[in-house]
Ligand binder design. Structure first.
Ligand SMILES: Cc1cc2nc3c(=O)[nH]c(=O)nc-3n(C[C@H](O)[C@H](O)[C@H](O)COP(=O)(O)OP(=O)(O)OC[C@H]3O[C@@H](n4cnc5c(N)ncnc54)[C@H](O)[C@@H]3O)c2cc1C
Length: 464
């Protein structure tokens, strides 16, 4: 006799990934439970830089932010050299958003589509039977009771905590942990000013500077004439300074004097290639729980929603089958689609991140101020590796002509790993049985690129 499930799909986490997935699956008349540990009115309230490219919304087929959700429309990102004498302007429409109303809209849309929101429900782990994930244990925060809920598919969309994934054994999921080396620890303040901001308000500002943000960067994202989101991320390796203290130092040195701190806080984001395995029997991983954010800058809202959109297509199709747990094979369409498209582009950026983490301020000043690369070319590296690989090789030649031989070598090595990883993800296995072998190749390249490109950024960091 077939097992009876409470829902077709149980989604843990109602952030951008979980809420979009819930909406897209519920819309097709499937029974969806959407759990979040927060109360309904707080869902979406996340410590974030609040920036997102406009390009995602049409791809995911959801409305662009407007009204309360929208802080500002941006036209470009200005990447500043550490000494601020060079700027790399990368054009592209984007938004700064207000995360709470944005998150509230995504959840409302999921509920309107028919999803059953279970707020104040804190998942504690998976229920596993015969190597399949069949449900979730959770605490009902209203009554403090321990409860269970089952589904034909369980989705871990709980962000970097990955409460389900973390407890799935490695005989079911190839990777269930993310190393600290591969995380950005970030701290940000949303501040208001007495006077209108005098910097270019149509650009988000990115400061590459190993002194203030070792292994990461500082950002200033305008959210209005007198409001900005100011933050930084660091690589939280042993001995790394506290990002909150570094942000204070940055604000002091830059004489940033806010009238009011509207909100401040810290949180982490995974900055590595997507996890090798993002589906198992009865299980799907999306968003930060699948490490799908951009390794170079940690932007993950768009990637989380895009992955959710792709996962929904596979899940909707799989749910047309007879009752029972949806198998790994039935879910495999999602990893293949994601890894060969967005996953390949973002994974390729991991060696570039390692290269950047190993550059001194002097080297970054040199690259940006010598105008060796344009904003358009930087965009190619981020979003079009076929062109991007040529760009990096060209830059390495220019560097050679300027007699920076060591830097030239590092750029060439990075170009090779970048394109190697891209090609491996483009050939993500059609058959899950080939996954372990494929992942061994990925791990080989990643290990080599860490050894050859990464240098400890703490050697250049402020001592606090
Ligand atoms: C400081 C900082 C700045 C950032 N800036 C940007 C930026 O400017 N642009 C950008 O695109 N990205 C940015 N990111 C990354 C971005 O926030 C994430 O990539 C994105 O939110 C991932 O979405 P998600 O749905 O996977 O996870 P989340 O947004 O983290 O949502 C997870 C949800 O799961 C819920 N949850 C967690 N645990 C449980 C549990 N046990 N039970 C039930 N529910 C649970 C949470 O309450 C939450 O609602 C930033 C991240 C940080 C930390």
């Amino acid at each position: 006799m077939q097992e009876k499930f409470d829902y077709d799909v149980v989604i843990v986490g109602a952030g951008p990934a979980g809420a979009v997935l819930a909406q897209k699956v519920a819309k097709e008349n499937h029974d969806v439970a959407l759990l979040d540990m927060k109360p309904r009115e707080k869902i979406g309230d996340k410590v974030c830089g609040d920036g997102i490219s406009a390009s995602y919304f049409d791809r995911i087929e959801i409305p662009h932010p407007t009204g309360d959700e929208l802080a500002m429309v941006m036209e470009a990102s200005d990447v500043m050299s550490p000494d601020c004498e060079g700027v790399l302007k990368v054009y592209g429409k984007g938004y700064t958003i207000n995360r709470l109303p944005f998150g509230q809209r995504l959840v409302s849309d999921a509920i309107k589509a028919g999803a059953h929101l279970m707020d104040k429900s804190q998942a504690t782990g998976p229920i596993i039977r015969d190597n399949s994930i069949v449900g979730v244990t959770y605490i009902d925060k209203r009554t403090h009771e321990k409860k269970k809920i089952t589904g034909r598919v369980i989705v871990d969309a709980s962000g970097i905590i990955a409460v389900i994934r973390n407890k799935v054994p490695e005989n079911i999921l190839l990777e269930n942990k993310v190393d600290r080396f591969d995380i950005a620890a970030a701290y940000r303040r949303i501040v208001s000013f007495d006077e209108a901001i005098k910097w270019t308000v149509k650009s988000v500002l990115i400061y590459l500077n190993q002194w203030y943000a070792p292994g990461g960067y500082v950002w200033i994202f305008p959210k209005g004439e007198k409001v900005a989101n100011i933050g930084l991320g660091v690589q939280p390796i042993k001995g790394a300074p506290n990002p909150a203290a570094l942000l204070k130092l940055f604000e002091k040195d830059w004489e940033i004097k806010p009238k009011e701190i509207i909100h401040e806080g810290g949180w982490n984001v995974p900055v590595r290639r997507p996890l090798a395995q993002i589906a198992a029997n009865g299980l799907v991983l999306v968003g930060d729980a699948a490490s799908q954010a951009n390794p170079m800058h940690g932007g993950g809202i768009g990637h989380a929603m895009l992955a959710a959109y792709m996962a929904s297509k596979t899940i909707n199709k799989a749910l047309e089958s007879e009752d029972g747990t949806i198998t790994l094979e039935e879910l495999w369409g999602y990893p293949v689609e994601y890894m060969r498209s967005n996953g390949a582009k973002t994974a390729a950026l991991e060696p570039i991140k390692l290269l950047l983490q190993g550059l001194s301020n002097d080297e970054i000043n040199f690259i940006i101020k010598s105008k060796l690369i344009t904003g358009e070319q930087l965009l190619d590296i981020e979003s079009n590796p076929k062109r991007g690989v040529g760009v990096i090789k060209k830059v390495s030649l220019l560097v050679k002509n300027l007699r920076r031989i060591k830097l030239m070598n590092r750029l060439r090595i990075a170009a090779n790993y970048y394109y190697g990883i891209y090609n491996l993800f483009k050939s993500y296995p059609e058959n899950p049985k080939e996954l372990a072998e494929w992942n061994r190749k990925v791990m080989g390249i990643i290990q080599e690129s860490k050894e050859k490109l990464w240098r400890n950024p703490l050697q250049w960091a402020a001592k606090i």
